[in-house]
Structures are given as C-alpha cells and as structure tokens.
Ligand binder design. Structure first.
Ligand SMILES: C[S@@+](CC[C@H](N)C(=O)[O-])C[C@H]1O[C@@H](n2cnc3c(N)ncnc32)[C@H](O)[C@@H]1O
Length: 267
C-alpha cells in the first residue's frame, strides 16, 4: 500500500491525548488485542527465562515490561517516543514494585542501546505506527545478540488483502503510516538475518476483539468514553462508524493481526 502520510508527530499526539485514554479505557493498561492471554502465548513461544534482558519496543504505559518482569523474571527495558507514556510507565512500574525496569524516551528506528545488548526484543500491537518498518527490524537485529529472539504481534493487512481506499481510510483513523502483511514482516526478518520460527495469522480473534471494543463503547463504557470525548457525540459517532468499518474488514479477512517469533542467526 502507499504511505498514508501519518508521522510520528501524529502518533505522539494520539498517545498524549484523548485517543490514548480511550484506548486504555477499552483495552486496559496493556494496549493490545487479547491482553494478558496474548502476551503469555507470545512470551511462552519466545521462551524467555529468568535473567534474560528483553527490550519492549514501543513500551507505552509499561505494561509489557511489567508483564515480562513479573511472568518470566526477565530484566525488562522499554523504548517509547511519547514523553507522556514514558513518564507514566516509570510511575506505574515503580508503584507496582518494578522500578528496576528501565524506560527510555526514544524512537525505535534509532534504538538508544548498543549492538548486541539484549537477549530479546518484544513488541505488542505497536509497530503499525512506525514509519520505517525496515529500519525498525534492522535496529531490532542490531541490538540483539546472536541467538537472541524477537517476538511481536502487530496489526496487518489480512490474509485476503486490502484495497487501497480501505487501507488509506483505516490508516488515517488509526494514524498508521502504513501496514504490512504477514509476508512483509517475514521477508524483513529474513533480510536481517533472522530465522522465522512462527509467523501466524490471528485475524478471526482480532475481529472478535474489535467487536468487543465496539460493544463497550456503546454499552458498559459509554459514560466513561463520553467523559473522555468531552461529550462530543459527533466524534463518538465518527469513531463508532470507523470501528464498524474496521470490524467489517476484519470479518472479511482484509484487516487483521499476526504473531511473529524469530531467532537472530547472523549479523
Ligand atoms: C499501542 S501503544 C503500544 C502498546 C504496548 N505495546 C502494550 O502492549 O501495552 C503504541 C505506542 O507506540 C509508541 N510509538 C509509536 N511509534 C513509535 C516510534 N517510532 N518509536 C517509539 N515509540 C513509538 C507510541 O508512543 C505508543 O506509546
């Protein structure tokens, strides 16, 4: 697909303002599809073990670092480009007793860590926001030691493909610069010296979750959502319609989500 024109500045605005708060309302502190169960499935495939050093790229509110440290006993690090998210993650991690996790402000296309620094790279439903995904994967490879693993999920063009107009519409609402498909990430991983252990499609489950979020906005969480939106029903109706569109595309297999685990074999 062509680039949508969305940039890191658009994304920072989302995660510094009402849209970020809305995402947290319907998804929780883990701002990704499937919450804890999704993280646990991904982490178990990666096989993290106590003492591993793992960096969460696009660490948002710090839930990924918290999850990794609590579940596997790893030493967790995070990089995020939005100052509000980095500050908030430090505060929340410290309150949860995981103040030893290190959150840094930075762009994941220029990761502020040296070569070979980590045993693992982690990402959950965030790399769709990154303008230069090729640079992101090459940076991930750079900061991993040989034999280290990369494990991530992301929002994708689904197995049935997507027409350009629909892709542009979704990217403009979601503030994605573009979206890859399963093969797009697989080929970037292979070009950067990874052996792909898993590249799996999770589109049906993705659609169920989008439906759940729509239900929350219209039902149980309606009041809270309207408070976040300043009782602006025009914005609410717009978001409802766009989520409805995304749901139809997800049900048709055009818009989806994938899970990837790969091992770095060479530099
Ligand atoms: C959906 S949230 C990530 C959710 C998180 N993985 C979780 O599971 O809780 C997206 C985050 O990506 C960050 N982000 C987007 N583009 C970035 C970039 N190029 N470099 C660093 N952070 C970025 C945003 O600031 C935001 O906090």
């Amino acid at each position: 697909m062509q680039k949508s024109g969305m940039t890191i500045e658009n994304v920072k605005e989302v995660y510094s303002g009402f849209e970020g708060r809305l995402w947290e309302l319907i998804m929780g502190e883990q701002i990704h599809i499937g919450g804890y169960a999704s993280s646990k499935a991904l982490g178990d495939i990666a096989g993290w073990k106590a003492g591993d050093e793992v960096v969460d790229l696009c660490s948002a509110l710090g839930a990924g670092m918290h999850f990794l440290a609590r579940t596997y006993g790893v030493k967790a690090y995070g990089v995020d480009a939005t100052p509000h998210m980095v500050d908030e993650s430090k505060k929340r991690l410290s309150e949860a007793g995981f103040g030893n996790c290190e959150a840094k402000l930075g762009d994941v296309t220029a990761i502020p860590y040296p070569d070979g620094r980590f045993d693992g790279v982690w990402g959950e439903d965030a790399w769709c926001y990154v303008e230069d995904k090729a640079k992101l994967i090459s940076e991930a490879a750079r900061v991993l030691r040989p034999g280290g693993k990369i494990a991530f999920t992301d929002w994708l063009v689904g197995p049935e493909g997507m027409d350009e107009a629909s892709a542009q519409r979704i990217c403009s609402v979601m503030k994605f610069p573009d979206m890859l498909c399963l093969k797009g990430y697989t080929s970037l991983l292979e070009k950067n010296g990874f052996r792909v252990l898993e590249a799996s499609d999770h589109t049906p489950d993705f659609a169920d979750h989008i439906q759940n979020y729509l239900g929350q906005l219209a039902g149980q969480r309606h009041f809270d959502a309207m408070q976040i939106l300043g009782w602006n029903y025009d914005v609410f109706s717009f978001l409802g319609a766009e989520f409805g569109f995304m749901l139809s595309k997800a049900r048709a297999g055009n818009f989806g989500r994938g899970r990837f685990v790969a091992v770095k074999e060479r530099s």
